[in-house]
Design a protein around this ligand. Structure first.
Ligand code: NDP
Ligand code: OXD
Length: 267
């Protein structure tokens, strides 16, 4: 089965299912399907042309906040000509949550623009020029130095709701959150409360617990929230096609496919 956002229960009628090849990087939806047989390999797209656009989106969001673009957009709407106090990239430490295929590219791209960058992952990585933290022991130290937090974690039982009141409280006051991973990472009530209190100054969100984001949702009209419709990185058809063909060949030959998901980790 080639799957992307399959309707719930659609795996049920497939008694001869040999493998699920997911046409994206995140496999949370497939793994959460109660009909998923326990012995079928799940394969995700590795790279799939996604890291570059994800890094562009993340870099844009960091520059947007650093260069006060929301303030200038608002001033333009009111025909106000007023230069605001500016700050330098080195005053904007950025934290990248998740240092996999995408996170490492995001971290390097932002570092190349002279922002200090830290990264956080399950196991400790080595990335030139990037301060790395790992596991729950490293989480608070990582958060406390993130003036902009960019989330590129997979959604798993361990990472569900990880961006919550405790995490926001550990960040510097007036910091920013960018979510380009999954809506389930964010506790929405806690995010709105942190924005209300000023603990967070803003958020740029590409992914939501319910997509499309319902019209009544407060994120749409919040002055300090930027909403985009899950577009941080569209899967490149040509990349997906060649990876799927390669993996079907590997499965037929009894070899391990590229991007095989470790079900114990959930990604
Ligand atoms: P990878 O599997 O390559 O990387 C995942 C990273 O997250 C790894 O560094 C891993 O650590 C870390 N991680 C996983 N669980 C934990 C945990 N419990 N605590 C700390 N770190 C953890 O994934 P990709 O980089 O390919 O993709 C990341 C996610 O981005 C996808 O799952 C998807 O949800 C999202 N995405 C969103 C898109 C969009 O358009 N908005 C497009 C593409 C992807 P370790 O290496 O130590 O295991
Ligand atoms: C993905 C996505 O996981 O587009 O690939 O969200």
């Amino acid at each position: 089965m080639l799957a992307w956002r399959q309707p719930p229960g659609s795996l049920a009628g497939l008694p001869n299912l040999k493998a699920v090849l997911v046409l994206g990087a995140g496999v949370d939806l497939v793994l959460s399907d109660p009909e998923l047989p326990i012995d079928v390999p799940i394969v995700r797209l590795v790279d799939g042309g996604l890291p570059g656009p994800m890094a562009e989106y993340a870099l844009y969001s960091v520059l947007h906040f650093q260069r006060r673009m929301s303030d200038y957009f608002e001033q333009q709407r009111n025909t106000v000509w007023r230069p605001l106090e500016e700050s330098l990239a080195r005053q904007w430490p950025v934290g990248v949550m998740g240092l996999g295929v995408i996170g490492a590219t995001v971290a390097r791209r932002i570092l190349a623009q002279e922002f200090p960058v830290s990264g956080w992952s399950r196991t400790k990585k080595t990335l030139a020029g990037i301060d790395v933290f790992a596991g729950s022991a490293g989480l608070n130290a990582f958060l406390s130095r993130s003036r902009v937090l960019v989330n590129v974690l997979p959604l798993t039982p361990e990472t569900f709701g990880i961006l919550n009141a405790r995490a926001f409280a550990a960040m510097p006051r007036g910091s920013y959150v960018v979510n380009i991973a999954r809506g389930g990472h964010i506790n929405q009530v806690d995010l709105l409360a942190a924005l209300e209190s000023g603990q967070l100054a803003g958020a740029m969100l590409d992914v939501f617990q319910e997509e499309p984001l319902p019209a009544y949702h407060p994120f749409w009209r919040h002055p300090n929230v930027i909403v985009t419709p899950h577009v941080a990185a569209p899967t490149l058809a040509s990349e997906a096609e060649s990876q799927v063909l390669e993996n079907i060949g590997r499965l037929e030959r009894g070899e391990v496919p590229l991007g095989i998901v470790n079900r114990d980790h959930g990604y």
